[in-house]
Ligand binder design. Structure first.
Ligand code: PEP
Ligand code: MN
Length: 356
C-alpha cells in the first residue's frame, strides 16, 4: 500500500489510518549552508516539519552544543525558500521565548528534559496561550508516569496539539541499538491516552543509520502515527549524532520501502483467516485464565495446610526447582527463558499472596 505522509499535521483521531506524519532534518543546525542544503534536498511534499537542534543537550561536556540563537536566521531562511515549517528542541523558558520570537512552528521536549518536572513546567508556562504543536519525547529512563506527567503539564497550559515521541531508553539493555526501543512504554501510553498521537524517532533508538529502516517499519506495524528521522546532507561530517543520520536520498529510499498497514484489510480471505486465529487466541486466553484460577484455588488449599502444620509459606528452594523445571520445559516448547521466568515469578508472587 502506498504511504501517505501528510505534509499538514492532523491530530489525534483526525489522522486517518493511512496518513502518517514525517518530521525530518538534521540532529543539529550547524551552518546556514548545511541546513539549507539539507532542507532543499528533503522530500518536502511529505514532510510536516523540518527539525533541527539549536541548543543541544549533550550527555557529556566538550561536544558540539548547538549554534544557539544564530541558527534561527538559517531556519527562517530555509522556511522562506522551501516552505517547510520548522521545529526545534527547547529545554527551558528562555529557549521557548527565543524560539517564539523567531516564529518557530513547533517545539519538542527532549528525553533529558522530560525527566525533570520543573523544566517541563517552566516550558509549559512559557508556551501558555500559544497555539503551536508540542512534541514530548519519552524520558531517558523507562518511566511512563514521568512521560505522562510531562504531557499533562503541556496540555494543561492550553496546548491543543500535543503528541508523544518514542525515542527509546538508555541505561537498560539495548541489544544492537543505541537505546532500547521500549515499545512497551509507548504501547501502554497509547492504552492510557488513546487519542494522543504517538510518533517514533527511530534515529535515536538506532544510533546507526543502517537500523533506522527496520525500526521505522516496526513503529508503523505498531500503528505509530508518524516518524521523526534525523537527516543530514553529509552525515559523515555531522557535528552530532553522525552515525545515525540518513542522507536525504536515503530518507527517500526508506519511505519508498516502508509498508503501511491498516487496522483491517480489504483482502477478505486474509481478514477471515485473521478473525479465525483471533478467535482461537480468545479461547486459549479463557483456558489460561481458568487454569490460573484453578492453580490459585489449590494454592489457597496449600496455604491452609501450611498454616495448620506451621510450615512457612515461602520456600525458596522449592520455588527454584519449580522455576528451573518450567524454564526447561518452556525451552522444549520454544518459549524464551525471560518470558517463562517473568510469567512464573508473577504466578509465584500471587500464589504467596493467596496462601497468606
Ligand atoms: C535530538 O532529537 O537530537 C535529541 C537530542 O533527542 P533526544 O532528546 O531523543 O536524545
Ligand atoms: Mn540527535
Amino acid at each position: 500500500m502506498p504511504y501517505d505522509f501528510t505534509p499538514i499535521p492532523k491530530w489525534g483521531v483526525q489522522l486517518t489510518s493511512r496518513q502518517r506524519m514525517l518530521i525530518a532534518g538534521p540532529c543539529s543546525a550547524e551552518t546556514e549552508e548545511q541546513l539549507l542544503a539539507t532542507a532543499r534536498a528533503l522530500p518536502k511534499e511529505q514532510i510536516a516539519f523540518l527539525r533541527a537542534g539549536v541548543w543541544k543537550p549533550r550527555t557529556r561536556p566538550g561536544t558540539f552544543e548547538g549554534a544557539g540563537e544564530a541558527a534561527f536566521d538559517w531556519l527562517v531562511h530555509a522556511k522562506a525558500e522551501t516552505g517547510l515549517p520548522f521545529a526545534v528542541e527547547v529545554a527551558n523558558a528562555k529557549h521557548v521565548e527565543v524560539a517564539l520570537a523567531h516564529g518557530v512552528d513547533a517545539i519538542w521536549i527532549g528525553a533529558r528534559t522530560t525527566v525533570t518536572p520543573f523544566a517541563v513546567q517552566e516550558i509549559a508556562d512559557a508556551i501558555h496561550g500559544v497555539d503551536i504543536p508540542v512534541f514530548v519525547k519519552n524520558p531517558v529512563n523507562p518511566d511512563l508516569e514521568l512521560w505522562i506527567g510531562a504531557i499533562e503539564r503541556i496540555a494543561q497550559a492550553g496546548v491543543k496539539r500535543v503528541a508523544a515521541i518514542l525515542r527509546g531508553c538508555s541505561g537498560i539493555a539495548s541489544g544492537k541499538y543505541r537505546n532500547a526501543p521500549a515499545w512497551n512504554l509507548a504501547i501502554e501510553l497509547k492504552r492510557r491516552l488513546p487519542s494522543l498521537p504517538c510518533l517514533c524517532d527511530p534515529s535515536h533508538i538506532a544510533g546507526d543509520a543502517s537500523f533506522v529502516q527496520e525500526i521505522a517499519q516496526q513503529a508503523l506495524n505498531l500503528d505509530f502515527q508518524g516518524l521523526m528521522i534525523e537527516t543530514h546532507i553529509d552525515p559523515s561530517a555531522a557535528l552530532s549524532d553522525s552515525k545515525q543520520q540518513l542522507t536525504p536520498e536515503q530518507l527517500r529510499m526508506l519511505m519508498q520501502k516502508l509498508v503501511l498497514r491498516d487496522q483491517t484489510s480489504e483482502n477478505l480471505e486474509g481478514q477471515l483467516k485473521l478473525d479465525e486465529l483471533r478467535l482461537a487466541i480468545d479461547q486459549l486466553d479463557t483456558t489460561l485464565l481458568t487454569t490460573l484460577a484453578h492453580r490459585m484455588r489449590i494454592s489457597r488449599e496449600i496455604g491452609d495446610l501450611k498454616r495448620d502444620n506451621s510450615i512457612t509459606v515461602l520456600q525458596t528452594s522449592r520455588w527454584e526447582k519449580v522455576l528451573a523445571k518450567a524454564i526447561e520445559h518452556g525451552k522444549q516448547l520454544g518459549l524464551g527463558e525471560d518470558f517463562v521466568t517473568d510469567i512464573f515469578n508473577r504466578i509465584h508472587l500471587e500464589s504467596i499472596a493467596q496462601q497468606q
